[in-house]
Ligand binder design. Structure first.
Ligand SMILES: [Fe+2]
Ligand SMILES: [Fe+2]
Length: 304
């Protein structure tokens, strides 16, 4: 039995208070500034690539920004049906539960739309097109083929990770493009309630499970992590090609190897390590299974 001290009524109230409209944060004079970086260096990791000029470092940083929004779009496309499936069997039991989870789903649908709008603006303003792995529906289908507990743990980790990225890397970074930063801030503020609802979802899913099913949930969590990790090398290859087109030059073999090594690890930290090491995520996992907490803690060393 998990002991998280969250409840649906308070989460719903906080969520309604934080709610914003897409048209208030994008469009009109609210435009991306392509002279500035979009991502904090702790996630982008472009500075050590000393064969890149200052302008090329900004291009790579912005390519990573585009990938970041794309990745959240992909993730939210499987969070949305997962939350709807979770709420539906118990619609009449607790009005606050139903409303809080539907609000959660509605916010994710809004975030998907927001990220699409940003992607459109990015595509219109960036010097070249940037390819991405996918399609998102296929990735979502592969993730959702795992047990609900495994998927819920992945979602829990991802949403705590969003908190970590904003609070520790984005909020106090004065160099970032203000518009991109505004996007991350608005996303973060609504995600703050999602982490609590995720914890309640994991709690509900673990309440009636047998011992073998806990282990299945944990092994599915690890399997989905492997799926995400498998997408990183092909995405980095796309990013290298995008950067070469944007910079108008080809990098030597050894430069490409350096780019590959640094960027693969940057993506591993961004999408896996920073989720797996979040103290609140580990706290919830530890309450299900101290052994799983240790296992995930050890695995996370690979993704630092
Ligand atoms: Fe979101
Ligand atoms: Fe979310």
């Amino acid at each position: 039995m998990l002991t998280a001290n969250y409840n649906y009524q308070e989460t719903l109230a906080a969520s309604v208070k934080a709610n914003w409209r897409i048209e208030d944060i994008i469009g009109g004079d609210k435009r991306l500034d392509f002279t500035k970086p979009f991502m904090p260096e702790s996630l982008a990791r472009v500075e050590s690539l000393d064969f890149l000029s200052a302008e090329e470092k900004i291009l790579l940083n912005q390519i990573r920004g585009f990938g970041y929004l794309y990745t959240f779009g992909v993730v939210e496309e499987f969070i949305l049906p997962f939350v709807l499936d979770h709420v539906r069997p118990h619609l009449n039991e607790d009005d606050f539960r139903t409303r809080a989870l539907l609000q959660f789903a509605s916010e994710e649908a809004k975030h998907i739309q927001l990220f699409r709008k940003f992607a459109e603006e990015f595509k219109a303003g960036f010097v070249t097109n940037c390819e991405t792995i996918g399609p998102p529906e296929e990735i979502g289908k592969a993730v959702l083929s795992h047990s609900p507990l495994g998927v819920a743990l992945v979602i829990l980790g991802i949403e705590w990770m969003t908190q970590q990225h904003y609070l520790e890397s984005v909020r106090d970074d004065e160099d970032l493009d203000p518009q991109f930063k505004s996007l991350l801030r608005h996303h973060w503020v609504e995600e703050a309630q999602h982490t609590k609802l995720d914890t309640l979802m994991v709690q509900a899913l673990t309440d009636n499970l047998g011992a073998g099913e806990f282990e299945k949930g944990i092994s599915d969590y690890v399997a989905i992590g492997g799926l995400i990790d498998g997408g990183i090398p092909p995405q980095v290859e796309f990013d290298i090609k995008s950067l070469q087109r944007a910079a108008g030059r080809n990098f030597s073999r050894s430069e490409q190897e350096q780019l590959r090594a640094v960027q693969q690890q940057a993506l591993r930290w961004t999408y896996l390590g920073s989720a797996m090491t979040h103290p609140k995520f580990l706290e919830t996992v530890g309450e299900i299974s101290p052994a799983a907490r240790t296992q995930i803690g050890e695995m996370s060393a690979t993704f630092s």
